[in-house]
Design a protein around this ligand. Structure first.
Ligand code: MIC
Ligand code: SF4
Length: 648
């Protein structure tokens, strides 16, 4: 059978299951990636498994999210991660070295391999023909220990690109075009594989922008072939020896095809407050702008910075606009320095930030109340910027630069000729900020701080469960709604009791109080519940508050898996109309829970307040049922390890 790139990688890594859509498959994992905001928990989880050294080809821990250090917490986390990485065989990318996805692309991604990362934008590495998937920290910890990663076999959709991007139209516009067509749930259960003549002209960083934003489609991942562009990029990164070609066979079978004619694409922009709220830029042109932010793992490579520098060179941003530039990595920052872009930015009145996630995750640079912020980022969920009534737009660096000069939303095509940007023949290679693991890990002492609290234990479910509806929310609820981040909350990632006090904090200030008064309960939601980040805190913190089940119309993949891994029962309505009958405060009950879950997919939920019965379904596989009944993945792994241990 003629095979796609995706299928070739899957087949080479398959350890269980069949490559048939919907079937659960187990994959061996070559590389793992952790970042500090999800990584402290993942490292504590890895520690709890009692495995001395990671068993992957490469595991890297990055520090890029929690960088404000307004108190001791972040710095303690950094030190903890550095020492635990040294002890257990992981590379450690020091604070200042850059955003995990950018650095991984530059220095570590290898065509044909599988990467599992505790961050939803891990698919960024699909730009180098990796099958790169985001997951909860616990699943990444299991993979670090050599365990397989399980997912339902996705559908493989071909994205056929023809033509060539026109001047001022960017890779970001391809990502936005897909979001315009498919919405934030259009990619659920799918891998997007790029092919066609339009692929050849796209550079690796451009491919990264596209793969990165597949996360916003809800896709399992996105992937490009490994070709001459890949070889060129890896050569410039002095990694040519790691390059290998990888292409789909002629006539490869796909589960669907989407065609995009690059010649016809125009500059696009995602309006507040969802990445799929996409329109052509000219439709919203003229809207006054308060802030323009260049950066994030989505758009902060050399070319992104170069194009902004070319546009603003010799000009100054208007008095009403704050321009913020965040180079994505130390390499990008060094390149920007040596090419003189930094000088250009400073002269134009820009504010320069260190290489980190920064404003993308609300770590500083919150825009003014109701002020329009134009960002080259990937997410504009409400309040994520740190301003409750924010109006965040997402676009390419080309559009953002035009807006910065005009002081209003502007179509970059009005700027005249597109600047000639020559890609560098080679990048500055300096891995001094990546520390290799210790040769004698057992001797390394792991340093902890007072904010790093032990992982709360999940409990196996009982025979019956009761609880009131704690909150009823609508469609497309993000993990930013469930477990907000930002400058005041992110530093609490290593302290579940403290961070749990902020669950649903931006949606309903009384939620936590109700959890305490009602001794936990059930969350009710609409479609695509839990979209967005991979943060397992969006399951872990509700678990800590006593949430026992989440009953929704449909789930986003990573959050669904995180719920199971922390022993929260994920249920969907068999009849979506039942959603309308439920109200906050209703008392729900499930009898014979353990049998029901084991025997089949149906679970009967009684609404004791309304006197009705609701048919629900759990979509867990047999393996996941065992995890749920064991009281979560960590308990399950421990049980398996003790069952396998020789009797003493
Ligand atoms: C995000 O972009 O939302 C984050 C912050 O990178 C998250 C990870 C986290 O919450 O730590 C993600 O995308 O998974
Ligand atoms: Fe960091 Fe933003 Fe990328 Fe998440 S999306 S990894 S917060 S830059």
């Amino acid at each position: 059978m003629a095979q796609s790139v995706t299928r070739k990688i899957l087949e080479a890594h398959l350890v269980s299951g069949k490559l048939e859509p919907g079937q659960e498959i187990g994959l061996s994992v070559d590389q793992t990636l952790l970042q500090d905001a999800t990584g402290t928990m993942a490292c504590l989880e890895f520690e709890a498994m009692n495995i001395p050294q990671v068993r992957t080809k490469l595991s890297v821990v990055y520090v890029d999210h929690n960088m404000l250090q307004t108190g001791f917490e972040n710095a303690d986390d950094h030190r903890f991660l550095q020492t635990i990485a040294a002890r257990h065989g992981m590379y450690f990318s020091r604070p200042g070295n850059g955003i995990c996805h950018q650095v991984h692309m530059e220095r570590f991604a290898v065509p044909g391999r599988v990467l599992l990362g505790a961050d939803s934008h891990t698919p960024n590495a699909g730009c180098l023909a990796m099958l790169a998937i985001g997951a909860g920290g616990l699943e990444v910890a299991v993979a670090m220990g050599g365990g397989p990663f399980y997912i339902p076999m996705p559908k493989v959709v071909q994205v056929y690109l023809k033509g060539k991007l026109q001047p001022w139209v960017a890779a970001k516009d391809i990502a936005l075009e897909l979001l315009r067509r498919l919405t934030v749930k259009g990619g659920i259960g799918k891998v997007f594989e790029y092919s066609g003549p339009g692929v050849d002209s796209l550079t690796v960083p451009e491919r990264a922008t596209i793969c990165n934003m597949g996360a916003e489609l809800g896709a399992t991942t996105s992937v490009f072939p490994s070709d001459e562009q890949t070889r060129l990029y890896m050569t410039r990164q002095k990694r040519e020896h790691q390059w290998a070609p990888l292409a789909a066979d002629p006539g490869a079978q796909y589960d669907g095809t989407i065609e995009i004619d690059l010649d016809k694409l125009e500059p696009l922009i995602a309006c507040p407050s969802s990445p799929d709220n996409v329109v052509p830029v000219h439709q919203v042109a003229g809207t006054p702008v308060a802030q323009v932010a260049i950066g994030s793992c989505n758009n902060s490579s050399f070319h992104d910075l170069a194009v902004v520098a070319a546009v603003v060179k010799g000009k100054r941003v208007g008095p009403g606009v704050s321009l913020v530039v965040t180079p994505g990595s130390r390499q990008a920052l060094q390149m920007a320095t040596s090419y003189g872009f930094l000088m250009t930015f400073v002269q134009a009145g820009a504010r320069i930030l260190e290489s980190a996630c920064g404003p993308c995750i609300g770590m500083g640079q919150a825009p003014p109340s109701e002020g329009v912020s134009i960002r080259t980022f990937n997410r504009n969920f409400p309040g994520r910027s740190g301003t409750p009534n924010d109006r965040v737009y997402l676009c390419s660096p080309e559009v953002a630069a035009a807006c910065a000069l005009a002081g209003k939303i502007a179509d970059p095509r009005e700027l005249g000729a597109y600047p000639q940007i020559k890609e560098p023949e080679e990048f500055i290679i300096d891995d001094a900020m990546v520390l290799p693991p210790s040769k004698d890990g057992a001797q390394v002492q792991v340093l902890r701080g007072p904010n790093i609290k032990p992982l709360p234990a999940a409990q196996p479910p009982g025979q019956e469960t009761r609880g009131r509806v704690l909150i009823k929310v609508g469609d497309n609820i993000t993990t930013d709604h469930i477990m907000p981040a930002g400058a005041s909350i992110l530093p609490l990632r290593s302290n579940v009791p403290a961070i749990s006090q902020h669950v649903f904090g931006r949606v309903d200030k009384e939620f936590v109080k109700r959890c305490q008064e009602w001794h936990g309960g059930v969350i009710v939601g609409g479609v695509n519940y839990g979209q967005g980040s991979s943060r397992e805190h969006a399951a872990l913190a509700p678990m800590y508050l006593g949430v026992r089940a989440v009953l929704v119309k449909s789930f986003a993949r990573i959050h669904w898996a995180n719920l199971i891994n922390f022993a929260i029962l994920p249920l969907t309505f068999v009849n979506e109309k039942d959603y309308d009958t439920l109200e906050q405060g209703d008392e729900l009950e499930v009898l014979n829970l353990r049998q029901q879950v084991r025997q089949g997919r149906r679970v009967k939920v009684t609404n004791k307040t309304k006197g009705t019965t609701i048919e629900t379904e759990h979509q867990m596989t047999e393996r996941q049922v065992a995890i749920y009944l064991a009281g979560g993945l960590l308990n399950h792994v421990k049980q398996q390890a003790s069952a396998a241990a020789p009797a003493s």
